[in-house]
Design a protein around this ligand. Structure first.
Ligand code: CA
Length: 229
């Protein structure tokens, strides 16, 4: 998993960024001030990208950026700037940042910038294959949690996504409803097995050509379900 440094002093913004990076398959390393960021970089030399807030209680983000570049590091650097700091963009790019994102930003915007920079810097590697599951006409991307059938994006709920992931990771394996319930809803879920059936029925409507004659997500009578492709 690619490590990304998140330097941001505001705890709520930091956790927002961290949650979204984690959801996108990255491993965020958090720092709440400049000194801590430099320390984390020393301990984690494999950090491939840094998100640096500008306004910090100690040394500002530009200075952190300058110090990272001074070590000869080629890691990707994206500055997080406030809207009022238009000038920051210029300063940021001059100090060696690769890109900047203006606050407030959406999770999609941030992930898009991070992905673009990773591609641009050629940091992307064999990991691509491990984020895609292919089965018949289906392509499941575990990084952005999307499903395509014959190249067409299908809209799934998070539960449906988790069901698809479970099945596509276990092709041909009969899975009991109990196993499915635990794998998708978790150990603490006190729901009924019927929950599994209801969600499978909905999922079939989305993925099967004829949900009454399922071709992919088949029933194992008296037991559970199977990815039959
Ligand atoms: Ca700040």
């Amino acid at each position: 998993m690619k490590k990304i440094l998140v330097l941001e002093d505001e705890a709520n913004i930091r956790s927002f960024v961290v949650i979204n990076l984690r959801r996108s398959g990255f491993e965020p390393i958090e720092a709440e001030n400049g000194e801590m960021a430099l320390e984390k970089l020393k301990v984690n030399p494999d950090i491939c990208l840094a998100l640096l807030d500008v306004m910090l209680p100690d040394i500002d983000g530009f200075e952190v950026c300058r110090r990272i570049r001074a070590t000869g590091s080629k890691m990707g650097i994206i500055m997080l700037t406030a809207k009022s700091q238009e000038i920051d963009k210029v300063t940021g790019l001059m100090t060696g940042a690769d890109d900047y994102v203006t606050k407030p930003f959406s999770p999609a915007e941030l992930t898009a910038r991070v992905d673009a920079l990773i591609r641009r810097l050629g940091i992307d590697d064999e990991e691509r294959s491990s984020t895609e599951l292919v089965s018949g006409p289906f392509l499941l991307n575990t990084r952005n949690r999307t499903l395509e059938k014959d190249g067409q994006r299908l809209k799934l709920t998070q539960i449906e996504y988790l069901l698809m992931k479970l099945f596509m990771e276990n092709p041909g394996k009969a899975m009991s409803r109990e196993d499915i319930l635990t794998a998708v809803w978790g150990n603490d879920f006190k729901g009924e097995l019927k929950t599994v059936d209801v969600n499978i029925r909905r999922l079939r409507i989305k993925i099967e050509s004829d949900p009454t004659e399922p071709e992919y997500l088949t029933t194992v009578w008296g037991y559970g379900y199977k990815w039959g492709y």
